[in-house]
Ligand binder design. Structure first.
Ligand code: G4P
Length: 536
């Protein structure tokens, strides 16, 4: 493969791609930033479009109502737009009550992430979790400290918290001048100029820029704030390491921007950072026949990619779903024939969808970094690889150890076959994790509460099964690996009551408490207890 020269048109198109997600704790400002990015990218004309969608989704907690909105949420899962001769793919990570394993898996399909921090609240719980997932692949992170137009925490304190809690070093690129009512703008450390902010006014691209931190105009305008800013900038220059592209690309250092999403302030700098610094689609490791692996290069001529998310579609009658597929190499063209590696058969890829901010359009063309939506009638699962004939499988699409468990029980015991089938299929699709315990009890595991509601509703609609989910005495699950057969047999004998199998038949330890897990791990030091497992 590596001897094949990369076609110049592919090299050119791939270099122009930027595929990223925004990660944040609910309410930090992800929706607002998404909207402003789309406005700058010309993908939407009207402020309020994305927000209206969000409030429509949140106006109700009733799942059926959420279901009605699904057509919308399918289209807003991926937003592609053009900016400065680049094609940007923004992948939505569901937040709030939508939060589920999907969120985690979306992060396996991006090459970079923008982390939004609420400057008043600092690092919050969900951000910590999401960053852990980014770390699995050393995804480069751009940090946006939002809401500087409010009374917030001191910038040095925020940076220290990001570094301490998230274990990533910070390189401020802009530095705030004041905050709240006295927020005047930011000083750009690399460009040595001040981008001014006028409260109540959205920043335009022709907003005033004052050059040089020593500029006397700054003393005249901001007599109360500028002294402090100069001191801080001196301190930063002395004490904090400057932005280093290589460290950023390795996921070790994050460039930090201060701003206010709602006021459009700092948004353009984020887009510029994505274009200038975020990586184009990266090579990916794939397992080949036997136990070898190889790097798949994005500009290789042969088409490859993997499914990272499956979403039920609008029309429940047809049980049609969309498989979200990240292209890793080659070029997609409508009608092309591909190999479904796991199933070992060919399939035709026609009418794949792309998602242009607002509407679904037929996709004619796509290269590495782009996401296409494939109509799926159950043939595709999360982690599935499609190629132009080569037998390979992409690595690193994880299952995460669930944090909530429910035991599934039927109202009508005669329907146990349907329940089994439904849970098996929903488990394979990645809607929920399904474990079978000794004695055939079916156990569901989820990362977010909404997953249970979705599964209950889908079992009813699609499999005609009315199931009750009862609380289960399980705290967490760990996938098991054994050093040898004898250890496996001993472990299974002694721990039979706490054992289960996932949908693919892998052995799992179902711990009743953290303490129980710790004790068991101590007792069986040679057995591997894993919090994540890869698909496939
Ligand atoms: P999310 O998607 O991360 O959950 O956050 P979202 O963008 O919805 O923002 C959460 C709240 O924070 C919203 O207020 C939003 O207007 C506000 N916000 C976002 N960016 C800024 C900012 O730069 N400065 C200030 N002061 N506020 C900001 P809300 O009251 O919940 O909603 P709304 O009534 O404003 O729509």
């Amino acid at each position: 493969m590596s001897s094949t020269p990369f076609p110049p048109d592919l090299l050119r198109d791939v270099a122009k791609r930027r595929t990223f997600a925004i990660i944040s704790h609910p309410d930090a400002g992800k929706t607002t930033l998404t909207e402003k990015l789309l406005l700058f990218g010309g993908a939407i004309q009207l402020a309020g479009t994305v927000k209206a969608r969000k409030s429509a989704r949140h106006a109700t907690s009733d799942w059926m109502e959420v279901e009605k909105q699904r057509g919308i949420s399918v289209t807003s899962s991926v937003m592609q737009f053009e900016y400065q001769d680049h094609t940007i793919n923004l992948l939505d990570t569901p937040g709030h009550e939508d939060f589920s394993e999907d969120t985690y898996r979306v992060l396996t399909a991006v090459d970079a992430a923008v982390m939004v921090i609420d400057a008043a609240k600092g690092v919050e719980a969900q951000t910590i979790k999401l960053l852990e997932v980014c770390r699995l692949r050393n995804t480069p992170i751009i940090t946006f400290v939002n809401k500087m137009d409010r009374e917030v925490r001191e910038p040095f304190e925020l940076l220290a918290e990001i570094e301490d809690v998230l274990k990533i070093s910070c390189a401020p690129v802009t530095w705030p001048i004041g905050m709240g009512k006295a927020f005047r703008g930011v000083y750009h450390l690399l460009q040595d100029n001040v981008l001014t902010f006028t409260p109540g006014e959205e920043r335009r691209s022709d907003a005033e820029v004052l050059s040089g931190i020593a500029n006397p105009e700054l003393d005249a305008r901001y007599p109360m704030e500028i002294g402090q800013v100069r001191e801080n900038v001196d301190l930063l220059n002395d004490a904090s390491p400057p932005f280093d592209l290589e460290e950023f690309l390795a996921g070790k250092q994050s460039p930090v921007f201060f701003g206010s999403g709602i006021n459009n302030f700092g948004v353009q700098e984020i887009l510029q950072a994505l274009i200038d610094w975020a990586p184009p689609p990266q090579p990916r490791v794939a397992g080949t026949k036997g136990s070898d692996t190889r790097m798949v290069q994005p500009a290789e001529p042969a088409f490859t990619g993997f499914v990272f998310k499956i979403q039920a579609n609008m029309d429940p009658k047809h049980r049609d779903r969309i498989a979200f597929f990240r292209i890793c190499s080659g070029r997609y063209s409508s009608g092309m024939k591909v190999k479904h590696v796991r199933a070992g058969r060919d399939m035709k890829l026609a009418n794949a969808l792309t998602f242009m901010a607002n509407e679904r359009v037929l996709k004619e063309d796509g290269v590495a970094g782009d996401i296409i939506g494939i109509h799926n009638h159950g043939q595709l699962q999360i982690g599935d690889t499609l190629t132009e004939g080569e037998v390979l499988g992409f690595k690193g699409i994880p299952y995460f150890s669930p944090e909530m468990f429910r035991a599934a029980r039927l109202r009508d015991p005669l329907k146990s076959k349907q329940l089994q089938k439904g849970l098996q299929e929903l488990g394979e699709e990645g809607a929920i994790q399904v474990f079978e315990q000794i004695g055939g009890q079916m156990l569901l595991g989820a990362v977010g509460q909404l997953q249970f509601e979705v599964v209950a509703q889908r079992l009813k609609d699609e499999y005609k099964v009315d199931a009750i989910f009862e609380s289960a005495d399980i705290h967490t699950a760990r996938w098991l690996t054994f050093p040898d057969e004898a250890t496996r047999r001993n472990f299974e004998r002694e721990q039979a009551l706490r054992l289960g199998k996932d949908v693919d038949g892998n052995p799992v330890y179902l711990a009743s408490s953290r303490y129980n897990l710790e004790v068991t791990m101590e007792k069986w030091p040679k057995v591997g207890f894993h919090a994540t497992r890869e698909h496939g």
